[in-house]
Design a protein around this ligand. Sequence first.
Ligand code: EPZ
Length: 428
Amino acid sequence: MWRVDKFVIKGPHRLKGTIDAGGSKNAALPIMFATLLAEGRHSVRNVPRLADMEFSQRMLLHFGCPVEQRFHKSFGADWMVDATKITSSEAPYDYVRKMRASFFCMGPLLARTGRARVSLPGGCAIGARPIDLHLMALEKLGADIVQTNGYAEASCKGRLRGGKVIFPKVSVGATENALMAAVLAQGTSVIENAAREPEIQSLAKALRGMGAMISGEGTSTIEVQGVEKLRPMDFAIPPDRIEVATYLIGAQMSGGDVTVRGACADDMEVVLQMLEQTGAKVERGADYVRVIGSEKIRPVDAITAPFPGFPTDVQAQWITLMTQADGDSLVTETIFENRFMHVPELVRMGADLTISGSSVRIKGKRGTLHGAPVMATDLRASASLVLAACVADGESEIKRIYHLDRGYETMEHKLEALGAEVDRHVDS
Ligand code: EPZ
């Protein structure tokens, strides 16, 4: 059970200073399951210290793959995953229900052992989040799949076989599962309407380092020549573009000046351009990104879309920014059906927000937020409440911070380095 912590944050503060980007959670999770594809000891560096990563470590151990962690810096860790043998091809409900990304183990388990029995993840706070596209892709690659008692059971006689997977809608996780199944299949596979996210590109790079033959990642069409065997990876996790975007939005929202070292501007160009449209000054360094906040914030509408569009994982943070803009804006969520749970909490802090269907209308005005007790509900909603509390006038209490700990490494320390007043307390 997660410890029930809360943040107590006093505002307003301008966020100013320099912090380091952590490794990307959404890149690291599929890459951890990709280690199941090859016998031997895999080295994965710059893994963020997050609850979700600890969870994936427990899952790897459950499959028979112990992980050693080495801590060289004040953040992150290097992992050594020993995938010499797989002793279980089953991911039980108790695991998958706590982290739906566990479902990414299905493709690699099936490709390596010829079978996988994975609990259906069920929904989560932000939506139903079905896995039909994952199962369709694996069937196209030769898997026989039955769904019984809440589990998906996949099997194949011998190797999977190359095939054509055409996704009717873009899915990051289903693209990752298909990619990890195809690399050991017999023959050529083509994945059409594939997700183009940087996390797909880093997974492909990690697999290529294991000897996989992949081309086209980052475009909508990925081609894979299956191979018989792969070797262990030696790979460094790229920076977390969503974490970086969160702090840079905080810089603009508070009229501050934040530099994030290790950030990759190319992974977040649409967010940077939109920040510039609001009036921020953006510096795109070779290995950093800096945002200098403007006194006035221009309202800029946002519509979430698959990469390279505006990321759904930045939607909540953008709404918080727009509460400080001079004028009205509209934010529309097109990916998930229930991703506005931060809205009523922001209203409790004084924001003027109106939900209509899949959009939120924001009547922005700087200085309208005041401190209040609020509740975190999901990972990115929590981040948007923390940002709001940093600029709100007075003290805020944000409960259920375990949501935040899933995707933001030591957020209170990074915010303090930027001049915010944040204390973590165990919630009595
Ligand atoms: C990944 O989730 C990310 N998680 C999410 O980040 C992110 O919001 C999402 O991609 C979209 O970018 C990880 O990478 C661990 P999808 P994923 O499959 O793969 C529907 C965060 O905050 N769909 O691209 O689950 C689905 O319901 C998390 O870090 C199906 O219909 O997202 C959604 O509407 C939240 N059938 C849309 O596709 C399927 O089989 C996109 O989902 C799969 C998905």
